[in-house]
Design a protein around this ligand. Structure first.
Ligand SMILES: [Zn+2]
Length: 283
């Protein structure tokens, strides 16, 4: 499942490819992903619009467009959900089976594909207003982080998945950051000491920044009849081994902890798997 680093890598990849391109046709196969925008409005607004930019907020992609004829600025919000992919595909290829939306850009289609349709591609941007600070930005200070954690008795691992606390962290990087900060995933958020909060803030930044750096080396478009190679670190069939190896605890149950050699353990928190070292993350 894509988290902040995967979305950031995708945004950097797509931004120069779509800038200046005009939407010449709109194909909607799964109206659900547009909600609450109707397919009629989606088509009316986007037809003839031109891509002006692309940015990221949390796990969301924000496409900036200009309405047709140099009209007013528009913003299209994308979220990949569990299994979504957004990529450019040659017009010579048939649209993939699970295409939810395709935007005709002339020589290529910008395809949003999702086998489970949990993602979004919508003109409604309100989801962004509920997000906490960007973890790699100046707004994510130790002081604000500490204030928000103080109000919660949830286990810190579960709290880190709250996009209103800090935006963009999912199940993989929550486990990885807690491991680096040597904090038990079970510890209540309001029980963390200032020293732990400081370590966690730095660990979050480090795991995300490293993942972006590594992901930026992935070839995302292989062209031809092959898939676009789109990443999902460690999970994509055929993904190079080193993507998995860079994770120190996630999906490593039973393997030795890189620090102490103890077996990494897995347990379930809020219906999601948590991975940790019982020795390094005792408190
Ligand atoms: Zn350990």
């Amino acid at each position: 499942m894509p988290e902040l680093p995967e979305v950031e890598v995708l945004v950097r990849h797509l931004r120069p490819l779509i800038r200046g391109q005009t939407i010449r046709g709109v194909i909607v196969r799964r109206a659900k992903v547009l909600l609450p925008t109707s397919p009629q409005k989606f088509r009316r607004v986007l037809l003839g619009a031109k891509f002006a930019g692309l940015s990221r907020r949390g796990k969301y992609l924000l496409f900036q467009l200009r309405a047709r004829g140099g009209g007013k600025p528009l913003s299209l919000l994308g979220h990949l959900g569990m299994t979504g992919r957004i990529f450019l595909a040659s017009k010579n290829r048939l649209l993939p089976k699970h295409t939810a939306v395709a935007l005709d850009l002339g020589a290529s289609n910008l395809v949003y594909e999702d086998t489970r349709y949990f993602g979004r591609l919508t003109l409604d941007n309100s989801a962004v207003d509920r997000l906490g600070p960007e973890p790699l930005g100046d707004g994510f200070s130790v002081e604000t982080f500490a204030q928000l954690l103080e109000r919660s008795r949830q286990a810190i691992k579960i709290k880190l998945l709250d996009q209103g606390l800090v935006a963009g962290i999912g199940n993989i990087y929550a486990s990885e950051a807690l491991f680096r900060a040597r904090i038990s995933p079970k510890l209540a958020a309001n029980r963390l000491t200032m020293a732990q909060i400081r370590r966690l803030q730095l660990a979050i930044r480090a795991v995300l920044a490293e993942a972006i750096e590594l992901g930026s080396t992935v070839p995302l478009n292989t062209g031809g009849a092959k898939s676009d190679g789109f990443f999902y670190f460690g999970r994509a069939p055929g993904a190079p081994d080193f993507y998995e190896e860079r994770l120190r605890v996630y999906d490593c149950e039973g393997q030795p902890c890189p620090n102490c050699g103890c077996a990494i353990k897995r347990f379930t928190q809020a219906a999601r798997s948590t991975y940790y070292c019982p020795h390094c993350q005792r408190v």
